[in-house]
Design a binder for this molecule. Structure first.
Ligand code: MTE
Ligand code: MO
Length: 489
């Protein structure tokens, strides 16, 4: 029985990896369906209704495992497994659009059957532990047999889970590739990106964008099945499908997303062009009760966060985003729909794979990170980072210094750089389209031979200069000034 399962798993996993249309169990089920006379098919449909296909799949699975268990003995095994393999290959080759690669999973499965059968029958488990070993069978054979059996069964279970995941992922990838969202790719505003060697792009490409989430396996959500339910303290509960969402007025905006776990000088931050639908009108449609103060956002994988209602309903571009830099959201970044809220750290706002909005009160919510000691509110703290030069040796003389600064939804007023204990000098700032993005900055300092410390600080548009008090990322974000040590030669 275990041998039977291992071979089926090997075949299903191979089919999933190769991206074959159907796996072996389903291929044999289709084969049987095609061979079955019409009246029998009608009778089965009458009996099982919409569950007919599930029933047939279960019959094929149980049938294969039963044949393996009953016929897979020491002597008959190899022949029985070769016959089962032949049935599979026949089914595969009679499927529409069958190709040569279609039979590879059956070869892999039959190979796994024969190998597994050989392994398990080599051991003689029928000797009890401690039995006399007159025929040369060791007393530990039973234990070895059981361990091997358990290991193979466990591998088989993992393989089935893996095959399912790979299939789901490829289905969702295909759906993503087929989407035509009509989102613009985002044109970097003139003067936003400063041409300084070593300074990263103002617009961060999707494949370079930082990724933070708690998901061990990335959720795969089929857009055709995606829904967002808005409920709780509202006048009328509403459910929005992906098609409904796309039919609504579209908003596109530059927003810099930042993680609360970003240390001073860290790179858990990125700026992208998001296309989506504003959250405020959706909440208005549901009719939010006046005494509600938060929305508990939940992801399809159960992760959740609570976002203040006022930031979701004021005039900022708090979005349900469907595209990132012009492309449908990458699966890792929340496909098909995620929230993006300017001004807040991701852990309280930027729910990926979002499916549920519960309107309510903070006091009644215990979201994922708040349960683990992080702050309930997570406004982004004003920060600045030095990207050029890197720590190490530099050429003495005029030294180019550059980096980024951010104070989302407040805006950056000024960035200053200090060499050693010298005066603070004001930097040149890149142009930005709004207060919701980071700003690139640059300046030159006169760097005489020797060791130096370069420090940066930013001032936001409310006139507040970032504090030099060094605080870690827990519970609500790091503070302190970024600095870099250089030796000028
Ligand atoms: N479903 C889900 N959404 C999530 C998270 C998560 O763990 N699960 N992490 C949040 C955090 S802490 C951050 S900083 C951002 C990161 O988004 P990104 O991975 O697209 O950069 O996603 C937020 N959304
Ligand atoms: Mo985060």
């Amino acid at each position: 029985m275990v041998t039977g399962l291992v071979g089926l798993t090997a075949a299903e996993l191979t089919a999933a990896i190769l991206g074959n249309r159907i796996g072996p169990i389903d291929a044999v089920a289709e084969f049987i369906r095609d061979l079955t006379p019409g009246p029998v098919v009608e009778w089965a449909i009458g009996l099982f209704g919409a569950a007919d296909k599930t029933v047939l799949t279960a019959v094929v699975l149980l049938g294969a495992v039963s044949v393996a268990a009953l016929g897979g003995g020491r002597r008959t095994g190899p022949l029985v497994f070769l016959l089962l393999g032949a049935v599979g290959i026949t089914a595969a080759l009679t499927r529409p659009a069958a190709e040569h690669v279609s039979i590879i999973p059956y070869l892999a499965g039959t190979g796994a059957w024969l190998l597994c059968h050989a392994l398990l029958t080599r051991i003689r488990p029928d000797k009890p532990v401690g039995a006399a070993t007159t025929d040369g069978v060791r007393s530990t054979d039973r234990r070895r047999f059981l361990l091997l059996l358990g290991g193979l069964a466990a591998a088989s279970v993992l393989g089935v889970i893996g095959a399912g995941w790979i299939r789901a992922r490829s289905v969702v990838e295909a759906a993503r590739d087929a989407l035509q969202l009509g989102a613009s790719p985002g044109t970097v505003p003139d003067g936003a990106h400063l041409e300084v060697p070593g300074l990263g792009p103002w617009q961060v490409p999707n494949d370079e964008f930082y990724r933070i989430d708690t998901a061990f396996s990335v959720p795969t959500v089929d857009p055709d099945r995606w829904h967002l339910r808005i409920h709780g303290m509202v006048d009328r509960e509403i459910t929005v499908s992906f098609a409904d969402l796309l039919a609504r007025e579209r908003t596109e905006a530059w927003v810099t997303l930042c993680c609360v776990s970003n240390p001073v000088g860290g790179d858990l931050i990125g700026n992208a062009w998001w296309s989506g639908v504003r959250i405020a009108p959706l909440l208005a449609e549901a009719g939010v009760h006046p005494n509600a103060d938060a929305v508990l956002q939940t992801s399809v994988d159960g992760w959740n966060c609570a976002t203040p209602l006022d930031v979701l309903t004021d005039d900022r571009d708090a979005l349900l985003a469907v595209a990132m830099n012009g492309d449908p959201l990458p699966i890792e970044h929340g496909f098909p729909v995620r929230a993006v809220v300017p001004g807040l750290y991701g852990y309280v706002s930027a729910t990926k794979w979002v499916v549920d909005f519960e309107v309510g009160r903070f006091e009644n919510f215990t979201p994922y990170w708040a349960q683990r000691g992080w702050a309930v509110l997570g406004p982004v703290k004003t920060q600045s980072r030095i990207d050029v030069p890197r720590a190490g040796t530099v050429t003495a003389g005029d030294l180019r210094v550059a980096g980024v600064a951010w104070a989302q939804h407040t805006g950056i007023e000024k960035v200053e750089v200090q060499l050693d204990e010298g005066p603070w000098r004001t930097c040149e700032l890149g142009r930005v389209p709004s207060v919701d993005t980071w700003v690139q900055w640059t300046t030159t300092v006169d760097c005489q031979p020797g060791k130096h410390l370069i420090t940066v600080r930013a001032t936001d548009r409310t006139g507040v200069t970032q504090t030099d008090e060094v605080v870690g990322t827990v519970p609500d974000g790091a503070t302190g000034w970024d600095e870099v040590f250089v030796t000028a030669e």
